[in-house]
Design a protein around this ligand. Structure first.
Ligand SMILES: Cc1ncc(COP(=O)(O)O)c(C=O)c1O
Length: 406
């Protein structure tokens, strides 16, 4: 996508708008599968939470990916996109037993991450195969909110509770067909990943009927030039070798599974917003856009740094700006960023806007959520319309108050 294509998209669909490049998604998918080409059976289950537009899920299906889901609604979106329920894994945390049973009835692979549910589910449905999410007690991830495999985390069943898992499995005669971990997002060091994988292999040895081992995700993608990223080729090579060794010991070719979100869609996305106001204060120059953390919350939530380009003036001289939104609270996207000179009405393009951007958007300040566009085979396709005032009113039930009497 060239700058002019992006500007044309804002002309056609207005601002702000999300744009995703299908080619980037496809090439990331190929990169990942070829990193593990030494392994006979590899399954990439795209983490729907990252970006759940139906067209994106259809694209995933087209490439051969399965889906990783965390709610029944994500499961149903996957099914609506035509994904085979057998290629969907459901990894909830703290949801009701009813929801888990409803998902199981749809034929989706269940992944359980606590002993209470394991015991209840195994007792009621011993014939339905279940995967177990362990907590390997490894500290990994780019931010405390996205580090989920450590000892204080609410996710997974502790590796120290394996004897209890085994007791439940034996007593209920349930079938454990997979083991899983997900230690966090933005993992900087592949050795941490490989270390956690050894813990997962150790866990796997306890179960005789496994079909797959799911290593979760957490691959780090670059946010700016020169940024650290997971060396997926090196990691693929190392883990594949180890996985094949393990399968030999185990006596069966298992499927190696991953569930990447960011790796597949982060870099494919651009968020385009218009500068409403350039405001010079005593201490800085604010470029204030027609959006806020209601549309892109990651900088405020995780301190994440999205590159910002002025695509209306890509060759202008660079100046320092604080890029902020229009929300009634502090909503800073970037402080003291060097950006090509900004004038009011210029369009700014935020990079890495594919993952956890639209999917975390809200109607805060009663603003509409932006449209989404898929750039596919050199053309822009609208894949979600901008919300309207009717959407804000939908589902609201006004009161029929009695008139105020004097
Ligand atoms: C269970 C699980 N799997 C996969 C992912 C995707 O992680 P990432 O987007 O870092 O690839 C997450 C992210 O929160 C997750 O919680």
């Amino acid at each position: 996508m060239k700058n002019q294509d992006l500007l044309n998209i804002t002309e056609a669909y207005g601002s702000p708008v999300y744009v995703y490049n299908a080619e980037t998604i496809e090439s990331q998918y190929k990169r990942l599968t070829s990193a593990f080409k030494k392994v006979k059976q590899v399954r990439i289950n795209y983490a729907v939470k990252a970006l759940s537009n139906l067209a994106i899920l259809q694209l995933m299906k087209r490439m051969g990916a399965g889906l990783d889901t965390v709610s029944i609604q994500e499961v149903k979106l996957g099914l609506a996109a035509g994904v085979d329920p057998k290629k969907i894994i459901y990894t909830p945390n703290g949801v009701s037993m009813e929801e888990i049973e409803e998902v199981a009835a749809l034929g989706v692979q269940i992944n359980i991450d606590n002993l209470s549910v394991l015991e209840q589910f195994g007792t009621k449905h011993p014939k339905i195969p279940v995967c177990i999410r362990i907590n390997p007690h490894v500290m990994a991830g780019g931010n405390t909110n996205i580090s989920v495999g450590h000892i204080d985390s609410k996710f997974g069943i502790s590796i120290h509770q394996i004897p209890h898992i085994l007791r439940i499995v034996e007593l209920t005669r349930m079938n454990i067909n997979g083991v899983h971990m997900h230690t966090g997002s933005d993992i900087l060091d592949i050795d941490v990943f490989l270390y956690a994988s050894e813990i997962l292999f150790d866990t796997a040895k306890n179960f005789k009927d496994l079909e797959f081992i799911d290593f979760g995700s957490g691959f780090k993608v670059p946010y700016k030039e020169g940024d650290i990223e997971t060396n997926i080729e090196e990691f693929g090579d190392k883990l594949s070798t180890r996985f094949k060794e393990f399968c030999k010991e185990y006596g069966k070719d298992l499927t190696l599974a991953f569930e990447p979100g960011k790796f597949l869609v982060s870099e494919a996305g651009k968020f385009l917003a218009k500068v409403n106001v350039v405001k010079q204060t005593t201490s800085t120059v604010f470029a204030q856009i027609d959006s806020g953390f209601n549309h892109l919350i990651r900088p405020m939530l995780y301190g994440s740094q999205h590159e910002i380009m002025n695509i209306s003036n890509p060759n202008g001289r660079q100046r320092f700006y604080s890029v902020v939104g229009y929300i009634c609270e502090t909503d800073t996207f970037a402080n003291n960023r060097r950006i090509n000179e900004i004038k009011e009405n210029d369009i700014l393009a935020f990079s890495n806007a594919g993952a956890y951007c639209f999917s975390m958007a809200s109607n805060y300040n009663s603003r509409f959520r932006p449209p989404e566009v898929l750039w596919y085979q050199g053309k822009a396709h609208l894949i979600r319309e901008r919300e309207t005032f009717d959407d804000l009113l939908k589902h609201q039930v006004p009161m029929e108050f009695e008139p105020v009497t004097a």
